[in-house]
Write a protein that binds this ligand. Structure first.
Ligand SMILES: C[S@@+](CC[C@H](N)C(=O)[O-])C[C@H]1O[C@@H](n2cnc3c(N)ncnc32)[C@H](O)[C@@H]1O
Length: 271
């Protein structure tokens, strides 16, 4: 998946994507962290908001996609962030040689089934008083995803497509993250929110929900269907199903999107 990400497509909805990160970070109370790491930093726009919030912190953005990191470097005009290419699954938090004050991960862990096993290592790398903050989509049973699986089930390469498409097991319920992180000795604040995104209020896009999913949920399909006509057939079938599920209204297209948040605070004092 590392090479499938397209920063331009992903950034089409950057305003909508910023809100959950802002809500997540509003619950992180660090005042003067020294080291801050953003796992799966993507095009870096959200990482850079942390550089603004904590001007004296060393900020590190980790991502496996060269395209995303190129965009992040372009966005980081002042060179405030160290952009690091690495797979988060093999990224070793101890390589920094110092304890970390804040680790964030926004809209990444749903791609990594191993995130439940990786979290103890990240929490163990936190300084006393440090913070771990994560946000994942919790919308795998929404029409955007059920329709994707339905169209894939009817597609000529269904047997190859279906195993790539994530269902509810990609993420856990907030209560499971509470138990996991509290069990690691943290104070935990977890919640869920369903955002009512109003897409394309100006009516400039024919298929706004399809445009959104082209930047994320459709990527595993694009990775497999490289041939133009098979990809076009799939997108046409999925797009018309989306238009029925998310009809345009006079004020735009409502795209309800559930998200799951967890913030863990290591006990102790952040120096
Ligand atoms: C949905 S984007 C989120 C980007 C950013 N955190 C944001 O919220 O705007 C997911 C990002 O995770 C990255 N990613 C996916 N799998 C990864 C992995 N195994 N290791 C590191 N990065 C990964 C992708 O390259 C992409 O930039």
């Amino acid at each position: 998946m590392a090479d499938t990400w397209n920063p331009e497509q992903y950034d089409k909805f950057s305003g909508h994507r910023q809100r959950p990160f802002a809500d997540l970070m509003s619950r992180v109370g660090a005042s003067t962290p020294k080291i801050v790491v953003d796992l799966g930093c993507g095009p870096g726009s959200l990482t850079l908001t942390m550089a603004q919030r904590w001007p004296d912190a060393q900020i590190i953005g980790v991502d496996s996609s060269a395209e995303m990191l190129d965009q992040a470097r372009r966005n980081d005009r002042d060179g405030r962030v160290e952009w690091m290419r690495s797979d988060v699954e093999s990224w070793d938090p101890l390589q920094l040689g110092e304890q970390i004050d804040v680790i964030t991960s926004n809209a990444l862990l749903q791609w990594l089934p191993s995130h439940r096993q990786l979290m103890p290592g990240w929490v163990a790398a936190l300084a006393p008083g440090g913070w771990f903050a994560m946000q994942v989509p919790g919308n795998f049973n929404a029409p955007s995803h059920t329709l994707l699986r339905e169209v894939a089930a009817r597609a000529p390469r269904a047997n190859e497509l279906l195993p790539r498409l994530r269902a509810g097991e990609a993420v856990d319920e907030p209560s499971t993250y509470v138990a996991l992180l509290a069990g690691l000795g943290c104070d935990v604040d977890a919640w869920e929110t369903t955002y009512q995104h109003i897409l394309d209020p100006d009516g400039a896009q024919d298929e706004p929900v399809l445009e959104w999913t082209k930047g994320t949920a459709l990527l595993p399909v694009f990775e497999l269907l490289k041939e133009e006509s098979e990809r076009a057939d799939f997108v046409a079938a999925y797009g018309s199903a989306l238009l029925q599920a998310y009809p345009r209204q006079s004020f735009g297209t409502v795209f309800a999107f559930r998200r799951i948040f967890a913030v863990a605070h290591m006990r102790g004092t952040l120096l």
